[in-house]
Design a protein around this ligand. Structure first.
Ligand code: SAH
Length: 349
């Protein structure tokens, strides 16, 4: 008997090929996708429409084991942080963020992270390993199922952001395949506008974006347009300077209502002055851009502080004077360390 592979590892065409290679009708792929991703059943093998041979193939070749929720931590604002245990015992976090009776799921793509951004809690862990596609999909299915069981009245999980632990473009293949699965019309059929990949500016991944990534949104963690400051915040800026990153981003074809999202972390007395705001406005003006202003979330031992409300509003106003939309991202879940950059699987509150 061949070794089983995870069902959640295969995009639709992989699954069809796998079926074909076992001399089975590839049409069973749609039945399996519908059963598991559209109807979101966890248990395989009760598909009455599958042929006997296909059912046997499923039992013998596909594994439906999911990661486990070790802890679901609910915040007073309805945010839920999951501590997810992977098959080798490593742990990552995913966060369900409520927004107008719907939910966005913030997914992790790596255990730890190699980028070592100076303001980010996850970076202090270093990179342990990449997640597999099945582990990214697994986080979604666990969160979906948790909602179904715990909050059956508000079930809308429709948005995905790759903004949890890890640098998604450093784990390009798995993120690409997971996105293909989320988008596939035989299954979950999420829209491309509902998925956002956030990067610190990892150029080798960006160079593959146009050719390979299926039209989802891109967010760049900008945080400063001033070289020395960005170097200090995001060390990979020394290897992949912002201007080179922008040269690639500017080639991404955008749909009519699609924007590149620029995330800007506001750190007190570091990058939040009127001068910084003007420089950012100059840098981005004329681009199809949305600027997300993120007040810095402190974590144990962090060297930075959150900007004052006054300087956050001043920054927003200056950016808007460049005819750029600037949204202040309200902090969710910070009472349970579930907010951006507070994810660190070694420290639980
Ligand atoms: N590696 C990717 C995705 C993970 S971080 C990236 O860098 O974009 C997702 C977002 O959270 C990024 O914009 C990141 O800069 C932000 N973030 C990280 N640490 C933070 C903190 N302490 N407070 C607020 N936002 C933070």
């Amino acid at each position: 008997m061949s070794e089983k592979t995870s069902f959640y590892q295969h995009n639709f065409s992989d699954l069809e090929s796998l079926l074909k290679s076992h001399a089975l009708n590839p049409a069973s792929a749609s039945l399996l996708y519908r059963h598991h991703y559209k109807e979101k059943n966890l248990i395989p093998c009760d598909h009455h429409n599958l042929s006997k041979a296909a059912r046997e193939f499923v039992v013998n070749n596909l594994d439906f084991t999911l990661p486990e929720i070790e802890l679901a931590h609910e915040s007073s604002d309805q945010t839920v942080k999951f501590l997810v245990k992977l098959k080798d015992g490593q742990k990552v976090e995913s966060v369900l963020i409520p927004f107008q009776s719907k939910y966005t799921l913030c997914l992790s793509t790596q255990v730890g992270c190699a980028m070592k951004c100076s303001f980010c809690f996850t970076g202090t862990q270093g990179l342990k390993r990449h997640l597999e596609t099945s582990e990214i999909i697994g986080q979604f299915i666990l969160a979906w199922n948790w909602l179904k069981e715990n909050r059956p009245d508000d079930q809308q999980l429709k948005n995905i952001v790759y903004m949890g632990q890890g640098e998604p473009l450093h784990n390009f293949d798995a993120v690409k395949k997971a996105s293909e699965i989320f988008l596939d019309q035989h299954g979950m059929s999420l829209g491309v506008q509902k998925i956002t990949v956030s990067t610190a500016g990892y150029l080798p991944g960006l160079k593959r974006w146009n050719e390979e990534m299926p039209g989802v949104n891109l967010a760049l963690s900008l945080h400063s347009v001033i070289e020395e400051k960005r170097n200090q915040l995001i060390p990979i800026n020394q290897r992949f300077p912002l201007q080179e990153v922008m040269d690639y981003i500017d080639t991404i074809p955008l749909a009519r209502k699609q924007y590149i999202i620029y995330e800007y972390l506001l750190i007190k007395d570091f990058n939040d002055s009127a001068f910084d705001a003007e420089a950012t406005g100059e840098f981005l003006k004329g681009k199809q851009a949305i600027i997300n202003l993120i007040p810095f979330n402190p974590f144990p031992g962090s060297e930075y502080q959150r900007s004052t409300d006054e300087s956050i509003l001043q920054f927003q106003k200056i950016i808007e004077s460049y005819k750029l939309p600037a949204l202040i991202r309200t902090t969710k879940g910070d009472d349970i360390l579930a907010a951006c950059g507070q994810l660190n699987t070694k420290v639980q509150v």
